[in-house]
Design a binder for this molecule. Structure first.
Ligand code: VG1
Ligand code: CO
Length: 543
């Protein structure tokens, strides 16, 4: 068996987005497309002699093929050892946990996360660094630059390994260890939560419905909830990872997880519902007949963190992405801890977590996590909620209503306009940017604008600057409209419009979000001319 050097031609479209490189499977399946990206990454990374790499994915179509290819390229790069999940499976938070536990130099996550899967769906690849978190922009930009000039790839010509059998293999001098995808992650969860209290909760008849959406979260949720915490069999539904997610769209929100919502609003609804996404880093938590907004979820976890053993000492601080509602800021202020506002995407939380400046982080897009790993973590969030319910004796709904009573309700919604032709999306954003200077102090659609800018972030730890992270328009009463283009889609452009209004009056806390946000929808249209430019009368999805 030998290492081969093969000539290749660069691709020009391998720039990683919000969370790695995501393309249609048909794009990834082109000759050398995956290989080129991996080679560009390996060329940017230092020599791998003596180093360990972690490798796994969400099990979607093309996962197994990609794993075998990357193993052969890792051997050519000179890694001492690769830890690969059995069957090529590792959830995103599990990759992060395994990197940290094994002191690996980094890991490769194969996932397009919340994007649809299957032969006609999407595939993705992402590199995580030694802290277990997504590579910072400095690295992803260097990989992109390298990909555009790449002339050759290096790969072992050996046959692949038996991915389904635990144990050690030798691949062209490199050790490959096929590991149990769940055990390291499960061990970490045991150190954070009061498993006895959660066990008692289930023993007392508490009913949970966890919808893994036929994605990678299933094995983790089954092992912990049903296997260890005594939840009855059947608590986890859609629990076997399928290559096409069984036709489901594992992007948990009330639209895509409509079956879960139907169960949670039925007469005999369980006490709590939950769902995770393709790679199990997102979570949706639902109370009985009660939908929880992800921004509120982060705020509730922050407010009650000391009830959970892993966070009993209190929080150093919290962080949220810019479009996420200010509910967490209000809790942080009451707790006397800092709240950081970062651009969208988990890679911006890494430095804050490493520096010990924050303990909890979250995004409006159903992502919550902490310093236990360097990724958002779906099942972790569900265990956190279960621990809170057990420790407080309160329902999911009661915990959220308590938050609203203490801090007012941040009424929130995100409107997505999908598959817009790229030139239309670009001209819409350019129009907004051009209008920015004149907005502060003016009144548009009856709204008094206090601040309008294109969000720029200076990392407080390493000073790196990220510009153009979303247009935000803030009104004099603190209400906000944020516009940004998605960096994870694979078809045209997706415009995300984020709407937030603070409602201090408890007698109005039951107001329907879309109704309460109508004035801001009108403002968004007046500012961005979404209908005029795209011809879309309605968002594709409202969450
Ligand atoms: C989306 C979300 C963002 C999240 C990212 C990755 O990005 O808005 O909050 O971090 O997906 O999540 P964008 O650029 O499409 O808005 V995952 O679970 O798809 O890796
Ligand atoms: Co995800």
């Amino acid at each position: 068996m030998t290492i081969q050097t093969l000539p290749t031609t660069p691709f020009t479209d391998q720039r990683p987005g919000t969370s790695g490189l995501r393309k249609k499977v048909t794009v990834f399946a082109q000759a050398h497309y995956l290989e080129n990206f991996v080679q560009a990454l390996f060329d940017v990374l230092p020599a791998a002699t003596g180093l360990t790499l972690v490798l796994g994915g969400d099990g979607r179509y093309y996962n197994r093929v990609a794993v075998q290819t990357i193993l052969r390229m890792a051997a050519a790069k000179g890694y001492a050892r690769v830890l690969v999940g059995q069957g090529g499976i590792l959830s995103t938070p599990a990759v992060s946990a395994v990197i940290r536990a094994s002191q690996a130099s980094g890991g490769i996550v194969l996932s397009a996360s919340h994007n649809p899967g299957g032969p006609d769906g999407d595939f993705g690849i992402k590199y995580n660094i030694g802290n277990g978190g997504p590579a910072p922009e400095k690295i992803t930009e260097a990989v992109f630059a390298r990909s555009k000039e790449l002339q050759q790839i290096r790969i072992s010509d050996s046959a692949g390994i038996a991915l389904d059998v635990l144990g050690d293999y030798l691949l062209d001098g490199m050790q490959v260890t096929v590991i149990d995808p769940v055990s390291t992650y499960a061990e970490l969860m045991r150190t954070l939560f009061d498993f006895d209290a959660i066990r008692k909760l289930f023993a007392g008849g508490f009913r949970l419905r966890y919808d893994a959406m036929n994605a990678v979260g299933g094995p983790y949720a089954k092992a912990l909830l049903e296997g260890e915490l005594g939840a009855p069999a059947g608590t986890v539904v859609n629990g076997v990872p399928l290559e096409d997610f069984g036709g489901l769209h594992p992007d948990p929100n009330p639209v895509n997880a409509e079956d879960l919502i139907a169960h949670m609003f039925a007469a005999d609804a369980p006490d709590m519902g939950a769902a995770s996404d393709g790679d199990a880093d997102r979570n949706m938590v639902v109370g009985r007949k009660f939908v929880v907004s992800p921004s509120d979820s982060l705020a509730v976890l922050a407010a009650h963190a000391t009830r959970v053993p892993g966070y009993a000492k209190g929080l150093a601080g919290v962080a949220r992405s810019m479009p996420t509602s200010t509910a967490a800021d209000r809790v942080a202020q009451a707790l006397g801890i800092p709240c950081f506002e970062t651009p969208t995407g988990w890679k911006f939380f890494g430095n804050l977590l490493d520096a010990g400046k924050v303990t909890l982080c979250g995004e409006e897009s159903y992502g919550t996590g902490s310093d236990h790993v360097r990724e958002k973590d779906g099942l972790w969030a569900v265990l956190f909620w279960l621990n809170l319910v057990a420790a407080s004796g309160k329902s999911v709904e009661a915990l959220v209503r308590e938050l609203w009573a203490a801090h007012g309700r941040c009424v929130y919604s995100r409107h997505d306009y999908e598959a817009i032709p790229t030139d239309q999306a670009d001209s819409l954003m350019a129009g907004l940017r051009a209008a920015l200077p004149a907005l502060p102090g003016s009144s548009v659609a009856g709204c008094a604008i206090a601040l309008a800018d294109d969000f720029a972030y200076t990392d407080p730890v390493d000073g790196s600057v990220s510009n153009k992270q979303g247009i935000r328009v803030i009104l004099t009463d603190g209400s906000r409209v944020v516009f940004r283009l998605s960096g994870t889609g694979t078809e045209g452009a997706t415009l995300r419009v984020y709407l937030e209004r603070h409602e201090p009056d408890a007698s109005r806390h039951d107001i329907e979000a879309q109704t309460a946000l109508q004035p801001l929808v009108a403002l968004a249209e007046a500012l961005a001319h979404i209908r005029g430019i795209t011809g879309m009368a309605q968002p594709s999805v409202m969450t």
